[in-house]
Design a protein around this ligand. Structure first.
Ligand code: PLP
Length: 375
């Protein structure tokens, strides 16, 4: 009864592991800020509803919102509202992108470890996902050799994600240039997932925007304004890409959610610095978690340069069994195999949690690691 397409994909098994936890948990498994949206933005949502923004809006998003987004990124390149498509989270932006560019048999490069949607989003329109490794010894930055040897005549696009989930890695200027050179030489599209854009701990964001013409920049209000549940994202791309991707978007969601767009306009105008307040907190928690993990025998943490994840390598008999035991002890975290095949000896911890939870969580983790430590 079901299509081959749907039968070829599966939901992540992580929930099953999280279900092992009983009672109160320390949640270091979260993929979202533990903050609420700014007060002014919460009020704006209620106001939008009361003022009657409850009807269908323009399919590509409110013109004012598209203009504000174009303006926000205009320091990187010349942009107008026509270059912006407002989507239902970055997730829908990705799906509409893939449906618009991938023909059956096309190959798309994507990072492994990487965010869980890339592989199925390539496969659903009939594409072939080709993963490239991100390794701790290279600070989770891909090498030219690893990318080059995966490019064939069928390669259509490369997905990049910096700051990265799950590794916390950030691409260097040199890596960005190397990827753009490869894309230019091989006539590839670059799809750049920059949902953690402003969550960098050293210097300015390092973006692909303005550096390559065949670029689809994917971003979201989810992390920057702590509004993951409101489901609002956006794409920035050449106008003709927005026109084409906008067709799939129209037939999928009709339009974004009007009251949320109303609130998003207020977010951009009145809370542009909110993310930097969160970033200050995240930095403290990152440093805390890093120092605690470093003291555990058998655990090799990386010092992440962005996002809010730590992705240490752990020297234990079995990572999934270790994670299951950690979860049974009430601390949620995610085994590396949830993010692909190249980092099965890693565990992802989110530090979007209170300092108290991080301290308790690391204590419990240290005890469990002792039991599973490889000799
Ligand atoms: C790297 C990355 N891209 C995209 C998303 C999805 O974002 P959105 O909530 O805007 O759909 C996430 C969410 O965790 C993510 O980590």
């Amino acid at each position: 009864m079901f299509s081959d397409r749907v039968k070829s994909i599966e939901l992540s098994g992580i929930r099953k592991i999280f279900d092992l936890a009983q009672g109160e948990v320390i949640n270091l498994g979260l993929g979202e800020p533990d903050f609420q949206p700014p007060e002014v933005v919460k009020k704006a949502l209620a106001e939008g509803v009361m003022r009657g923004y409850n009807k269908y809006g323009p399919s590509k998003g409110f013109p004012e919102l598209r203009e504000l987004l174009a303006e926000k990124y205009s320091k990187y390149t010349e942009l107008a509202a026509d270059n912006v498509l407002v989507t239902v989270g970055a997730t829908e932006g990705f799906m509409a992108t893939m449906q618009s560019i991938v023909n059956p048999g096309d190959e798309v490069l994507y990072p492994d470890p990487g965010f869980v949607i890339y592989n199925p989003h390539i496969r659903i329109p009939g594409g072939r996902p080709v993963s490239y490794p991100l390794l701790q010894e290279n600070e989770f930055v891909p090498t030219q050799e690893d990318l080059e040897k995966r490019i064939t005549k069928k390669t259509k696009a490369i997905i990049v994600n910096s700051p990265n989930n799950p590794t916390g890695g950030v691409l260097t200027d040199a890596a960005i240039k190397m990827i753009i050179d490869l894309a230019e030489d091989n006539d590839l599209l670059i799809i750049s997932d920059e949902v953690y854009f402003n969550l960098v701990y050293e210097g300015e964001p390092k973006t692909f925007l303005g550096k390559y013409d065949k670029l689809i920049f994917v971003n979201s209000f989810s992390k920057e304004f702590a509004m993951t549940g409101w489901r609002l994202g956006y794409l920035i791309a050449p106008k003709e890409y927005i026109e084409q991707i906008g067709k799939i978007h129209y037939y999928t969601v009709a339009c974004p959610m009007s009251p949320i767009e109303y609130a998003a306009i207020v977010a951009l105008k009145e809370a542009p610095n909110y993310v930097f307040e969160m970033r200050k907190e995240f930095r403290k928690r990152r440093d805390l978690m890093y120092s605690l993990l470093r003291d555990i025998d058998g655990v090799e943490p990386n010092l992440p340069k962005g996002a809010f994840y730590m992705f240490p390598r752990v020297n234990v008999d079995d990572v999934v069994e270790t994670v299951k035991d950690v979860v049974k002890e009430g601390v949620l975290c995610t085994p590396g195999n949830a993010f692909g095949t190249n980092a099965i000896d890693h565990i992802r911890f989110s530090y979007a949690a209170s300092e108290e939870d991080i301290k308790k969580g690391m204590e419990i983790f240290a005890e469990v690691v002792k039991k599973h430590r490889k000799n």
